[in-house]
Ligand binder design. Structure first.
Ligand code: NAD
Ligand code: TYD
Length: 336
């Protein structure tokens, strides 16, 4: 089996590449990644010499390059992680989200139709469902929840999902879509809440919480996300959407306080709230449990300890990031 993983130099894609190479010794994994600011070859260093792995630098919206790749490699399965993924950046500069997340997805699917694949899998997000109120803990996102996006990021992901469903209905492309809650774990770019707070606490920098910190996210350890996608691409029903969630709801304040407690230091500061800030995300993953037997195996208290340990043990990985171009973004966002 030959699997093309797009965005495999990023956080979840990188974890997925490692997961697949470990699990399937007879699979060839090809990573296609444009190496944007979020792509990091250091995430792939220890597998670059693996005979079952190949890295190709390229943009999923580059039709010629994508077609050449399909022509040369004739992949069976495509798993599309490649995307601009940060809400705050989408508020600053929406356009690149439209190009990478929507056009890029359509180019990949055109290639799938032209060359034929057994499965195209789109990695989407629970953010396409908008948000839930804090005073209704009984409410969860199901696959039937209407699309109701908030940010340019979530709107671009929802648009991509609709195009994927259209390619299934119109051209019969064998697609699946997964919509996942917030991931955390190794190789997470330190602009997102959990890695940013870990790195700042270690470096004695303030921990900036937007607004009052009451917003709730449902945290999923990244390896559990990988195992869910593995099940969907092999056994999921074509044309279906599967929600993936951690059953680990926490307020941002609770998350940051846990990190401070584990690291033994860290000073919270409350900063201006994000524009259009979603209050609460929470996933009902009954469908993937009933159909494919998937359940998350890592509780938040265990996952956060493992994650903090990884960041302590792998300082050079994130020091290279925070000492580079990312510094300019950080100054712009948090400087004042
Ligand atoms: P990330 O930002 O860490 O990584 C994205 C990767 O995609 C990078 O390696 C980048 O270089 C690459 N990329 C971006 N645009 C590209 C393009 N046009 N062509 C080729 N490569 C390109 O993102 P992540 O957190 O790993 O998220 C991966 C996917 O999962 C995204 O589609 C995101 O929407 C989705 N998702 C993420 C989360 C989360 O909590 N991080 C939750 C649900 C869904
Ligand atoms: P983030 O990791 O950006 O993921 P998403 O916006 O996709 O959920 O943010 C998670 C939560 O943490 C979100 O409610 C915004 C908040 N947040 C902060 O309070 N401070 C920060 O510096 C960042 C990056 C996020």
């Amino acid at each position: 089996m030959k699997v093309v993983v797009t965005g495999g130099a990023g956080f979840i894609g990188g974890n997925f590449v490692h997961y697949m190479l470990n699990k399937y010794s007879d699979y060839k994994i090809i990573c296609l990644d444009a190496l944007t600011y979020a792509g990091n070859m250091d995430t792939l260093t220890n597998i670059m010499n693996n005979k079952n792995f190949k890295f190709i630098k390229g943009d999923i919206s580059d039709r010629k390059l994508v077609y050449n790749l399909f022509e040369d490699e004739k992949p069976d399965i495509i798993v599309n992680f490649a995307a601009e993924s940060h809400v705050d950046r989408s508020i600053e500069n929406p356009e690149i989200f439209l190009k990478n997340n929507i056009i890029g997805t359509s180019v990949l699917m055109d290639a799938c139709i032209k060359y034929g694949v057994t499965r195209y899998h789109q990695v989407s997000t629970d953010e396409v469902y908008g948000d839930l109120p804090l005073n209704r803990p009984d409410l969860l996102f199901t696959e039937e929840t209407p699309i109701r996006t908030s940010s340019p990021y979530s709107s671009s992901k929802a648009s991509a999902d609709l195009i994927v469903q259209a390619y299934h209905k119109t051209y019969g492309l064998p697609v699946t879509i997964s919509r996942c809650s917030n991931n955390y774990g190794p190789y997470h770019f330190p602009e997102k809440l959990i890695p940013l707070m870990i790195v700042n606490a270690i470096n004695d920098k303030p921990l900036p919480i937007y607004g009052t910190g009451e917003n709730v996210r449902d945290w999923l350890y990244v390896k559990d996300h990988c195992s869910a996608i593995d099940l969907i691409i092999h056994n999921g029903r074509v044309g279906e959407v599967y929600n993936i969630g951690g059953h680990n709801e926490r307020t941002n304040l609770q998350v940051v306080e846990t990190i401070i407690k584990e690291i033994g230091k860290g000073k919270i500061i409350f900063v201006e709230d994000r524009k259009g800030h979603d209050m609460r995300y929470a996933i009902d993953s009954t469908k993937i449990h009933n159909e494919l037997g998937w359940l998350p195996t890592t509780a938040f208290d265990e996952g956060i300890k493992k994650t903090i340990k990884w960041y302590i043990d792998n300082k050079p990985w994130w020091e290279n990031i925070i000492n580079g171009e990312y510094q300019n973004y950080y100054e712009k966002m948090y400087g004042k």
